[in-house]
Design a protein around this ligand. Structure first.
Ligand code: ATP
Ligand code: MG
Length: 287
């Protein structure tokens, strides 16, 4: 599916229950037009991973996900040889014709494709999500560069495999470390921040069935003011969603001081933050 404007992207994403702001929609639009990967960066729980999933939904493409972690290597990201199968092939060869065996066992039949190669080889266009790329070591980033700039993978025994269809690539980062210039240069950059109260209200309405408009608005506003405090960890969108669900489960109709005090632990995960928010809320209502 091709979008003819960023506005069309907004409509499609909204239809898939992902509420984008204008910048998000514009970058998704450009990613498709320019065939460029997108590097999505921002705090935890603001919808980075979810964006790639929503784009897969609206484009009807399968989602292939590479979850990054410290120690990820090319055998887990790109491909590895199926040693067991290779061994069986060697054992079953009665003629010991080594030339023919080695030719055989380094063919595609003996290759185990990992997410990056899988995305390149897919006969239908996919969305490739390289999630939490900042968790891999900077040296390991090199293994992504060929895919990101040329949409190809080189396998010494087989040669270069080119993508038959153009994948849409999303990389996400929580910014735990600086990414290399080489990687950044290949991508469109998208920073996602906490939504404004209006968009968060819409997100809540889309994600929490049964939530009243009034409560959605209150939750979004309280979340916004709590984020304004100097906290160890500000509440993310996923936490405001959890909080809205909690209020719904407790049949709360209005967020007052008591409700807030009783449920702040759903929104905040550090005792010092909970105490700070409780204090702030009480003093501001008394003022
Ligand atoms: N714009 C949005 N529209 C709809 N839902 C959203 C939006 N942003 C966030 N959410 C909700 O917040 C949840 C968390 O989003 P997601 O997992 O994508 O966060 P993240 O940015 O990838 O966080 P982390 O850095 O912790 O991986 C999603 O499951 C979704 O329900
Ligand atoms: Mg994520």
């Amino acid at each position: 599916m091709v979008f003819d404007s960023p506005k069309a992207v907004v409509e499609a994403l909204t239809g898939a229950d992902y509420l984008p702001d204008e910048r998000i929609a514009q970058v998704v639009f450009l990613a498709e037009r320019l065939d460029k990967p997108v590097l999505v960066e921002g705090p935890a729980g603001v919808g980075k991973t979810e964006l790639a999933k929503a784009v897969a939904t609206i484009t009807g493409r399968p989602l292939i996900r590479l979850q990054c972690y410290e120690g990820l290597d090319d055998a887990k990201a790109l491909y590895e040889w199926n040693y067991k199968k290779q061994l069986l092939r060697i054992q079953s060869d009665v003629d010991h014709d080594w030339d023919s065996i080695s030719h055989d066992i380094f063919s595609e039949e003996f290759l185990l494709a990992r997410p990056l190669l899988e995305a390149i080889r897919s006969p239908e266009p996919v969305v490739l999500l390289i999630d939490e790329v900042d968790r891999i070591e900077v040296e390991t980033e090199a293994l992504l560069l060929e895919i990101l700039s040329d949409f190809q993978v080189s396998i010494p025994e087989l040669g270069t495999m080119h993508a038959t269809t153009q994948p849409m690539v999303f990389l996400t980062s929580n910014n735990t470390r600086e990414l290399s210039e080489a990687l950044k240069r290949r991508c469109l950059f998208l920073h996602i921040d906490y939504p404004d109260a209006n968009r968060e209200k819409e997100i809540l309405s889309a994600r929490v069935p049964g939530l009243s408009d009034h409560l959605a608005k209150q939750v979004a506003q309280v979340a916004r003011s709590i984020r304004g405090l100097d906290l160890k960890k500000a509440p993310s969108v996923s936490e405001t969603i959890d909080w809205a669900r909690t209020l719904l489960a407790l049949s709360v109709e209005d967020v007052d001081e008591e409700v807030l005090g009783d449920t702040l632990h759903v929104l905040l995960k550090y005792q010092t933050d909970i105490e700070k928010a409780a204090k702030e809320f009480t003093s501001s209502t008394q003022a």
